[in-house]
Design a protein around this ligand. Sequence first.
Ligand code: ZN
Length: 686
Amino acid sequence: MKSAWVDSDAEALVTQYAERGIGRDLALRVYTTRLLGRDPQLVLHGGGNTSVKTRLPDLMGDDTEVLCVKGSGWDMGSIEPAGLPAVRLAQLRKLRALDKLCDEDMVRVQRANLLDPMAPNPSVETLLHAFVPHKFVDHTHSTAVLSLIDQPNGVELCREVYDGTMGIVPYIMPGFDLAKKAAEVFDADPKVEGLILHKHGIFTFGADAREAYERMIAYVTRAEARLQKGRKAVFVSAQLPQAAAKLAVVAPLVRGACSLKDDAVDGAVRRLILDFRSDDAILNFVNGAEVARYSQQGVVTPDHTIRTKNWPLVVPAPADGKSDDFKRGVQQAVQAYIAHYRAYFARNNARFDGGKKILDPLPRVVLVPGVGLFGLGRSKKDARVAADLAQAAVSTITDAEAIGRFESISEADMFDCEYWSLEQAKLGSAKELPLAGQIAVVTGAGGAIGSATAKAFAAAGAEVALLDLDENAAKAKAKAIGGAAIGIKCDVTDAASVRAAFDRVAETFGGVDIAVSNAGAAWQGRIGEVDESVLRESFELNFYGHQRVAQAATKIMLAQGTGGCLLFNVSKQAVNPGPNFGPYGLPKAATLFLVRQYALDYGADGIRANAVNADRIRSGLLTDEMIAARSKARGLSEKDYMGGNLLAREVTAEDVAQAFVAQALALKTTADVTTVDGGNIAAALR
Ligand code: ZN
């Protein structure tokens, strides 16, 4: 591993922060924390922390000796001084005299001694930083170091590799006891330049920022060099099908199996989002004949457990054209996983007199031989984190097995981390949005109604895919929504284009739960004289387009087996024809009945079909110029024309979007047509 330290960069940051009144110590602490945080071989998603002992004025202006230590919720790769809250060092050091300190009290003492009471919680490893004397302390979960220490003979390997330059601390869960033990190990030999925390990670010390950082790089490099010695070939591949099934076929089957009916709400399902990874290293790992052994030993470092659970799910290899076999195999594997997880919880909860509350028992990492791996989470963001950690575990375990045998901490130790109140707090207790875990696809998403609808679904917690004939418009609208929203080109008049777009959605998020078939365009003509080609063209888009989208969505929903929701934009034309709008209204009327047919044919599968019957919305169909012309022709102001309904209120694209969201949330409603037109008695249904 190469050092990324650049003198001129370090000095530039010192100058930049000096202008904001931030001292050299903290500026350099920020600099090397970022260097460590940007290397996924060292730090991933909160796994690691750093500190500096310095002096700062407190709120009264009194010069105070403090420990600036990484605060929870900050990413090391992009940390700012505010992410390193200052804690009174003398108070922290006093704690070492205690025999015991429970986690809650430790957090309380740390918070009570913050210089700024509004600062984030200092890291759970703060006391370890405070109990060693060095000015700069760096901590990472380096994959190379983990490969060395996640071994039955990890301690001997470290002695061989580090030859007395590093202290070795036995495995203890992070917190007060670990901090005390680490300080004891250091005191026994104060010459050491850092500590190896068995089956957890590495600490390095320095008198300045560069020394602590360069020692981290040097000691990680030693571990890397040892991993290259005496390697055996891993892994021997299992016998796999000639051709693996496609990702777009595999993902919905995995996702459907990895979901749970919500016992509290009839019809509700707890779903997860998927994030797929595959490369040579992952395939070598998941294809191994012994994957069921080495993948099930446990986590590579304890804090992964809250994101990945202790064990990934291993499913059978999916053969092309045999998706029914794969579906059965995955379902059996998930049921076995859930039973195993519940037994693990019961076994370990007994040690706490049943005082813990079980988390959902679904896997967060799924290994698919011949294909790759999935990270799973309640959002795309969480799924990505799980996949990142799973990829790091693949690399750690592969190297560990190449020089020996991978071994994790005990099941009881993993449980203590997974159900540790401080780790649970990291995940946050914010209430979830109503559509969390769901995937919504919107067609015609480049236009006013489509983009407003995608935005509303994202705001309700769904992951959204925006489909449009105009790829740039779809991408621009997705970018405006932000998060994991994606824009995809889709021509709903072309079945292959629709299938390809839905495949992309399944590959990206794992499946589809809600499809809003919104794309449409208005053709006009007096019905007795209009050219048949105009009528056919309109049917192609305004009827067959909806059918293609609904069919593609239904296929994925049936594969998942967790129901779903089809939503259609049918115009008021479907109910109440306007003069010369036959070519538009007739296919829309057919689409209204398409909604009912889907509701009828797929109700037993839990797939609902509903429609919104909107009118007079400013959009691509009703442009500003058309509004100006029509209101003028009727002798009305634009406002009176647009509000020409029973409520005298202009109806907006956002109103239509909210109606779609409401239909998606109404679990007992299907074959519904919701009128969003401000009141038009001629277009009222029944
Ligand atoms: Zn750690």
